[in-house]
Design a protein around this ligand. Sequence first.
Ligand code: ZN
Length: 104
Amino acid sequence: MLSILFTVAIVVAVVAMAARRWQARHHGRQRLGATIERAVVVGRFDEIDATLDRYRCPRCGEAVQRTGEFSRSIGTRRFRVARVLCRGCGHEERVHFDVTAAFH
Ligand SMILES: [Zn+2]
């Protein structure tokens, strides 16, 4: 009997941990700029610099440093993707910008 309770407790703990992890990942994807679908729309390229200056790490809230940048285009839409590195915890991520309007 005790071993069944013990097993149930372990299963509950594992499920709760997985749910928390999924929630954190889901929340991260919802952030503006986190994916190409949620790209930050900018009208000029200097708005990218301004946005990254204000950008804070989603994990610890520290400022980030840009480590690289590349372009992508999907159909007629153009994107810039900035790679950033957190100055606090070292978390690395990409921030997506829709720069289509900057070309017109
Ligand atoms: Zn951080």
